[in-house]
Design a binder for this molecule. Structure first.
Ligand code: 5GP
Ligand code: ZN
Length: 130
């Protein structure tokens, strides 16, 4: 009986996860359901220009895996996080950025519920818009 309850709870959890991922705009960009122009794509990560840039350079670095936010990162995501930072290094080097910021938003500052790191550089950074 307890086994069955556990099974049903797990199944419900997976269903919620599926619905969430199905409606996730970044998952749609990643799996080709929506058109995207990736500036970098690796095994675990994509990077693309922010649709509403707040600085001269505003690139989003996104794991292909649907991780909701900084608060839901687990140890098994270590490889994804390292690869995100490797992509950041490549973008900094390719774009010869002398000064840059890497930022995560969380809580009510986060508008897309799929983990993403902002790479910001250049003039007119307006943090309030993030
Ligand atoms: P957050 O506020 O969640 O940290 O940042 C989400 C970012 O995603 C915002 O800067 C927003 O402009 C960007 N964004 C939202 N939807 C899209 C989209 O469909 N395409 C792209 N390229 N950027 C998006
Ligand atoms: Zn997603």
């Amino acid at each position: 009986m307890i086994k069955k309850a556990r099974f049903l709870a797990k199944e419900a959890q997976l269903r919620v996860k599926y619905i969430m991922e199905k409606d996730c705009i970044f998952c749609k960009l990643i799996n080709g359901q929506m058109k995207a122009n990736f500036v970098v794509e690796t095994e675990k990560v994509v990077a693309f220009a922010d649709i509403n840039p707040v600085s001269d350079v505003h690139i989003l670095i996104v794991p292909k895996k649907h991780i909701e936010s900084v608060l839901t990162i687990s140890r098994e995501d270590a490889g994804d996080l390292v690869e995100m930072h490797e992509v950041a290094k490549k973008l900094v080097s390719d774009n010869k950025l002398e000064a840059f910021r890497l930022a995560y938003n969380g809580g009510r500052f986060q508008h897309v519920g799929h983990l993403h790191m902002h790479l910001l550089a250049g003039r007119s950074i307006q943090w309030s818009k993030l």
